[in-house]
Design a protein around this ligand. Structure first.
Ligand code: ATP
Ligand code: MG
Length: 420
């Protein structure tokens, strides 16, 4: 194994490609920030208990995908496989729900870890941006979150995504449906693992992608025929609000999610250009989660969007984001005195908000100009002893090649004008 090899299932973000990731994170965050969500950051690991209880003992995430370990001090921890349980834990710990100002709206962005079989769009370390609205039961919140995710994708120029929508019922109708589904599933020809799943997490069987299982599910009972009156009315309102907002969605009665805690509204954003790892984001309502982790009743709704897959979706649609050049001005000193003077000018330009870089390492003119071109800068500042003796530097437009002398003491203004 090479020393310079990242662990299996991981990859590094490296310039210039990494700029796209940053821009995607910013683009996803922008709509939620405009909608009153405050930034929250939690540790990269938590007590393993939190995920066991909050994500669910019967989920693949907890049983197969979690990086759990014991510390030298004997604490049982896990690298976070998802964000919601941690964010809710943090909100409860800080008592954010006690201020009488519900819902508590939070957004986050960070790294998540799952021990999965690595493939395109599926990694062991990946990045999500998420949003949670904690402590309110209001179909407008569910709709708001779907709209915000939709607008985030659209702001990136994405067109090829679809929104799948379903309701998973509540504490009243879910057990009834679950029992009906279990009875149906027990009559099928299934392998032992799947039969076990019928007992612990039957809804997940609906999510099985294998054709031999899929073909047997055609007549499975659907939740939409088992929703109680409250859940039915709630779902109708979510759908109406989305329709009124001009959001196209598809009802998908088989949509379930990998996490146990979802109730009522469940949605997924899928992109058709991504092959089998098609989910770019997903979320829904999780009214029971707070109590599951030992808190008060706090009906909540949220989503998490995958940054890695969103970047893949951009590639699939052939979209290149228009990113501002990281360097506007590149300074090329010729000689020791020039180096000192330009170094000071570079600092001043940066403080004035101009993205500026300098040729380091005593490069000669030819090499330095090559670096200037490679930096993407629009302007170069070139100065030698003779210019400086007259209080001048040469300002060169790297696109047109035109060059003119500029007085040192007017440099910041002249550069700004030239960049306008
Ligand atoms: P999948 O069905 O593809 O495994 P999931 O239901 O496990 O997805 P969520 O837990 O809902 O995914 O996470 C939200 C988003 O995070 C996903 O839609 C996806 O974009 C991204 N994501 C999840 N797991 C991974 C992973 N292993 N690698 C890259 N992105 C991921
Ligand atoms: Mg998964």
């Amino acid at each position: 194994m090479s020393t310079f090899q990242a662990p299996k299932g991981t990859y590094d973000l490296i310039p210039p490609h990494s700029a796209t990731y940053l821009a995607v994170r910013d683009a996803i965050a922008a709509p939620v920030r405009r909608a009153g969500y405050g930034y929250v950051e939690t540790p990269g690991f938590e007590n393993v208990e939190l995920f066991a209880r909050g994500v669910g003992e019967s989920t693949d995430i907890v049983t197969k995908e979690m990086y759990a370990f014991e510390t030298k001090g004997g604490d049982r921890l896990a690298l976070r496989p998802e964000g919601t349980a941690s964010v809710l834990r943090a909100a409860l710990q800080a008592g954010l729900h006690k201020g009488g100002n519900l819902p508590v709206k939070l957004w986050y962005s960070g790294s998540y870890y799952r021990y999965e079989r690595p493939q395109k769009g599926r990694y062991r370390h990946f990045s999500q941006v998420g949003a949670e609205a904690i402590g309110a039961e209001d179909p407008a919140l569910d709709a708001e979150l779907v709209i915000l995710a939709h607008d985030a994708y659209r702001s990136l120029g994405l067109r090829g995504f679809r929104i799948l929508l379903n309701s998973l019922g509540d504490a009243k109708c879910r057990p009834v449906y679950r029992a009906a589904l279990q009875e149906f599933l027990r009559g099928l020809d299934l392998d032992e693992d799947t039969r076990h799943r019928i007992d612990v997490n039957p809804l997940r069987v609906l999510d099985d992608k294998r054709p031999a299982v899929r073909s047997q599910l055609a007549d499975a009972p659907l939740f939409r025929d088992h929703l109680c009156e409250d859940c039915r009315a709630y779902h109708a309102q979510v759908r109406e609000l989305l329709t009124a907002a001009g959001i196209a969605f598809e009802d998908d009665p088989t949509l379930v999610r990998g996490l146990d805690y979802y109730t009522r509204t469940t949605f997924e954003f899928v992109h058709d250009g991504l092959g089998s790892q098609s989910a770019v984001g997903g979320g829904g309502r999780y009214d029971g989660l707070s109590e599951m982790i030992g808190g008060p009743a706090l009906p909540s709704v949220g989503w998490a969007l995958g940054v890695d897959r969103t970047v893949l979706a951009l590639e699939a649609e052939g979209i290149t984001l228009e990113l501002p050049a990281s360097t506007d001005v590149y300074a090329v000193p010729l000689g020791e005195e020039a180096r000192q003077v330009l170094f000071a000018q570079v600092t001043e330009l940066r403080r004035a908000g101009v993205a500026t870089d300098l040729a380091y390492g005593g490069k000669g003119l030819k090499n330095a100009m090559k670096s200037a071109n490679r930096s993407g800068a629009r302007l170069a500042l070139v100065a030698g002893e003779r210019d400086l003796a007259e209080g001048l530097v040469q300002l060169k437009d790297l696109t047109s090649g035109e060059q003119r002398p500029v007085a040192l003491d007017a440099l910041v203004d002249e550069v700004r004008k030239a960049l306008d």
